[in-house]
Design a protein around this ligand. Structure first.
Ligand code: FAD
Length: 393
């Protein structure tokens, strides 16, 4: 006789993907445990981490469905009206805007606000148990159950375990799922800055020689998020500067396009590593969010993609539960994997190609870059396709 399971689903990781997945299962009557190493107080009110997440229209609609969007303070939602890509010293810019005057390409919301809103919409869900401040020691699965061993010696079992524990996923390793892991040797520095000129809702991504710098417009006309990518050692040196010196350095590196900049918050540093799991599922197990696909942040797809994948898996599980089928059946898990690979593989590959093209300073790449931009500009179809992808209705 098999022992009764402690839960139906155990989720490891209460980050944005794990929380969205749990929330999408509301109303299924499944018993869910969500485990995170951070204490409950940190999950409830996460500190600012400097990430400004560019959300597509589709993600906004999903967050509305999950009851999280309504919990955001409108003052924390910044409209993104246009995105411009600049190359090297040339003045030519490739511009993406919505098809109609006043259209938004999407909205920018700070990651910690998204996390807080998702936490609030999930924490009191019927059937959900939060195990915060909890580390796990092991995960194993067999034909009947998934078992998660906690650091305090307790052992929990469920019909399904879901790894939502970041791009360096411990669950993924425990399940012996391999992954492409590419440390890029570069880091991203992000800081909130005030500047003299208004940004007019325009995001700018400038691929200069030897550096990439983006300015993301926030919800005040003269406040942006500065995002600078350089080799990791150079970023570490800049992160050690005081606020005044860093502001001056960012102003210089952005050629004062928005006037003088002063640092308001940050800096935060992210060493860049992209990851792609060889499989997204295993026996009685699945990976969601960055644990499945850890995108390069430059094209702002990581969370958008993770959110769609998490909701897709939850919808398949909800349907199986409703028809009293196995919520961790082989066919169900493979359907999730196939759908999420189809959505993520082309984006992952094209983002990596873009990053290689624009961080390669060999003469041939310098020649190809402007040609690629001008070719894209001459093909309205390409521009419209990218704008549509950004807007994803
Ligand atoms: C600078 C920057 C800018 C970005 N901009 C965008 C953007 O504009 N648009 C976009 O779509 N995406 C963007 N992203 C990507 C986005 O932030 C991630 O895709 C998203 O945060 C992934 O969510 P997640 O829940 O999968 O993982 P995470 O956010 O990494 O959360 C993982 C959770 O798991 C917990 N955890 C980890 N290990 C364990 C363990 N062993 N046991 C228990 N708990 C554990 C952690 O405490 C954490 O709460 C950006 C990323 C960066 C770095």
């Amino acid at each position: 006789m098999t022992m009764p399971h402690s839960y139906d689903v155990i989720i490891v990781g209460a980050g944005p993907a794990g929380l969205a997945f749990a929330r999408a299962l509301a109303g299924t009557r499944l018993r869910i445990a969500i485990i995170d190493q951070s204490p409950a107080a940190t999950l409830a009110a996460p500190p600012c981490d400097g990430r400004e997440i560019a959300l597509t229209h589709r993600s906004i609609a999903t967050l509305q469905r999950l009851g999280a969007w309504q919990r955001l303070d409108p003052a924390h939602i910044a409209p993104l009206r246009e995105a411009r890509v600049l190359n090297g010293e040339r003045s030519f810019a490739l511009s993406f805007a919505g098809p109609h005057e006043g259209d938004r390409l999407g909205s920018l919301v700070s990651n910690h606000h998204i996390r807080r809103a998702l936490f609030q919409s999930t924490v009191d869900q019927t059937g959900l148990t939060l195990l915060a401040g909890t580390n796990i020691r092991g995960v194993r699965t067999d034909a009947d159950a998934a078992t998660v061993l906690l650091d305090d010696g307790r052992s929990l079992s469920a019909r399904l375990v879901v790894g939502a524990d970041s791009r360096f996923s411990f669950v993924r390793r425990q399940l012996e799922i391999g992954a492409q892991v590419n440390p890029l040797g570069r880091s991203m520095l992000v800081a909130r800055v005030a500047h003299a000129a208004a940004h007019r809702g325009i995001a700018t991504e400038w691929f200069g020689h030897g550096q990439t710098i983006a300015m993301l417009p926030l919800n005040a006309p003269r406040v942006s998020s500065a995002v600078l990518t350089l080799p990791s050692a150079a970023i570490d040196r800049l992160a050690a500067l005081d606020g005044v010196a860093l502001g001056a350095e960012l102003t210089r590196r952005f050629r004062a396009r928005l006037g003088a900049m002063a640092v308001l918050e940050g800096p935060h540093v992210y060493p860049l590593t992209t990851t792609y799991a060889h499989r997204f599922v295993a026996r009685r197990a699945a990976l969601v969010g960055d644990a499945a696909v850890g995108m390069h942040p430059v094209t702002a797809h990581g969370f958008n993609l993770g959110l769609q994948g998490a909701v897709k898996l939850a919808d398949l599980i909800a349907e199986a539960a409703q028809h009293k089928r196995d919520i961790a059946g082989d066919i169900l898990l493979r359907r999730y994997e196939a759908a999420h690979r189809l959505a993520s593989a082309p984006l992952y590959a094209s983002t990596n190609l873009l990053v290689r093209l624009y961080t390669d300073d060999r003469p041939v790449a310098r020649i190809v870059r402007p040609l690629a931009l001008r070719a894209a500009a001459r093909l309205p179809m390409v521009r419209t396709a990218i704008a549509r992808r950004l807007m994803q209705q």
